[in-house]
Design a protein around this ligand. Structure first.
Ligand code: ADP
Ligand code: ADP
Length: 226
């Protein structure tokens, strides 16, 4: 099935800035796509359009066979950002289960799912810890757990590891790959300006260039283990 399809997509902001022009891209389910390019090349703009947070001003954009907004409404898309949006005074289990609470999922089911995702990111012994007690890397794990709790078909990550030190970043890259390989149906769309990170993580690298933002190349990355 088609995961995302961009056909001649463009975005011009109201102030006249042409952020993205003539973007074409098709990706299938289960892919790990990295968007790489220098600051200002339109990565976040494309991310926000795929996320349904802003509309394109030209062209056609489908996500999971529907509009981005509809895909988001059906909780098929989840986000992870670089800055942590955790509630500092809520225990980890409450932080990660919040999306389910908002949807009225019964408590018992919420707790089971919360334990499942915290275990996925190696934090099953931290259910009752507060985010403020954790390191940056651990807070990122909690953010990933919270995104995974809705069992999204598409996980969108905007420079998630950009603020982490090198060792923590490598650990999280490995864990993210492990999680993605376990769930054959989940696709990841990952934004980074780090070429090494892009090549290490992804099945395809989407290279963007600025002035105006364009997709200038799409590179297949062979799997490390045949
Ligand atoms: P990247 O994420 O690759 O750094 P962005 O998508 O943030 O690139 O930005 C692409 C271009 O669009 C830049 O020139 C930026 O200044 C401009 N831009 C981004 N957001 C807005 C906005 N809300 N209004 C006007 N221009 C914007
Ligand atoms: P940073 O990423 O800021 O350098 P670390 O990753 O060095 O921080 O964190 C040190 C270790 O402390 C973590 O790997 C974790 O095992 C432990 N740790 C952090 N917060 C807690 C906590 N609330 N309870 C128990 N251990 C913790």
């Amino acid at each position: 099935d088609s995961l995302i399809r961009l056909q001649d997509v463009g975005k011009t902001y109201p102030n006249g800035t042409v952020a993205v022009q003539h973007a074409n891209l098709t990706a299938g389910e289960g892919e790990f796509l990295c968007f790489v390019g220098p600051s200002g090349c339109g990565k976040s703009t494309i991310f926000n359009m795929i996320a349904g947070l802003t509309g394109q001003t030209s062209g056609q954009l489908d996500v999971l066979g529907t509009t981005p907004k509809e895909a988001r409404r059906q909780s098929e898309i989840a986000f992870v950002f670089q800055e942590h949006t955790l509630l500092p005074w809520s225990k980890l289990i409450d932080n990660v289960t919040l999306p389910l609470k908002l949807r009225g999922v019964p408590k018992k089911e919420r707790l089971a799912e919360g334990e499942r995702v915290l275990e996925l990111v190696g934090l099953k012994d931290y259910l009752k810890v507060l985010p403020r007690e954790l390191s940056g890397g651990m807070k990122m794990r909690v953010s990933i757990a919270r995104a995974l709790i809705s069992r999204p078909k598409l996980l969108l990550m905007d420079e998630p590891f950009g603020a982490l030190d090198e060792i923590t970043r490598q650990a999280l890259q490995d864990e993210l790959l492990k999680i993605w390989r376990q769930d054959k149906k989940m696709s990841v769309l990952f934004i980074t300006h780090n070429v090494f990170e892009a090549v290490f993580l992804s099945t395809r690298v989407v290279v963007m260039t600025p002035r105006p933002g364009k997709i200038s190349d799409v590179i297949d990355i062979p799997a490390p283990y045949p």
